[in-house]
Structures are given as C-alpha cells and as structure tokens.
Design a binder for this molecule. Structure first.
Ligand SMILES: [Zn+2]
Length: 138
C-alpha cells in the first residue's frame, strides 16, 4: 500500500491509499479518482512532503546559503571581469604563453575544457576553475 497526497483543481488536498503507484496511474487514467470535496476527477498527485517539524525553516536556510554562495561567485566573477583579460576560447593557449614566455601579463580568464584545464595544471600552470554564474539569474 502506498499513500499519496492528492491535490484537486478545486484547491483541496486529501490523502488516499493505493495498492501501488501503477494502480494510481491506471485509476487516474480512467478518471476513477475523485476529489472527496467536489467529486471532480481532476486530481493530481502532489509532491510528498514529510511532515517534519522545522522543515520549512531548513529549506529557507538552505536557499539563503545558496543565495550567499551565488552572490559570492557573482562578486568573484565581477572581480575577474574587472581585473583580468577575457581571452575566450584561447584560454589554454594564452595561459601557456604567459607561463612559458614569462609574459608579465595581467590575469586572464576564458573558456577551457576540463581536459585542457587538467593538462595545464599538469604542466604546472596555475589555473583555477570557477563556476561561472549567470548574471541574469537571480
Ligand atoms: Zn475538488
């Protein structure tokens, strides 16, 4: 037996027991699952939410933390964009030329594949991979 929280288009939620999730699916297809409040068959399985006390608190803390991390990454990105030269796809070539020709250059940033990045690191070139957060997102 499996218990689902069901949500009706009328906005009510209720619980119902089913033999299995496939039983639920077939009953749902045949429109045999009816809202206990309004008899509508437009009911949907809602996401199972364990009733743990304080869960919502924890969620908001987590998203706050994620926001903070994102903000820091964004600040970091801004810092890099302000202080380093964007070499785009030429990153590994530029990084090598700075390293081997001892060019006294400002920092650079650009795109590279994980393989290229690990090659550069093996050659003793100082590269860091940073998650490039999208500025448009919030
Ligand atoms: Zn209903």
């Amino acid at each position: 037996m499996i218990k689902y929280n069901l949500t009706c288009k009328c906005g009510e939620t209720f619980e119902s027991w089913f033999l299995s999730s496939s039983e639920f699916d077939s009953l749902c297809k045949k429109k045999l699952i009816k809202c206990i409040y309004c008899e509508s068959s437009k009911v949907k399985k809602s996401v199972m939410a364990p009733n743990l006390p304080g869960k919502s608190n924890r969620i908001s803390k987590k998203s706050k933390l994620e926001k903070n991390i994102k903000k820091q990454l964004l600040d970091f990105r801004k810092y890099i964009e302000k202080n380093c030269k964007n070499v785009g796809e030429n990153f590994s070539r530029e990084a090598r030329s700075i390293h081997y020709e001892k060019k006294n250059s400002q920092g650079i940033y650009g795109k590279t594949t994980p393989e290229e990045a690990s090659e550069l690191i093996e050659e003793g070139i100082d590269v860091v991979t940073v998650p490039w957060v999208d500025k448009s997102e919030n």
